[in-house]
Write a new protein. Sequence first.
Length: 58
Amino acid sequence: MTQPQPQPQVTPNLQEPKFGFNAYAERLNGRAAMIGFVVAIAIEYFTGQGLLAWLGLN
């Protein structure tokens, strides 16, 4: 019969990584995407053209 493994009593205090996928980077990326989407809609509304036409790609 095997005995159960003891469970840790303390949770380690790990630092968030400075680079890569972390909560701050994901939050910042989401906010930048929301701002970009609103700006693209505003450009289409005020110019009457799509974003690609405004950039000269259409």
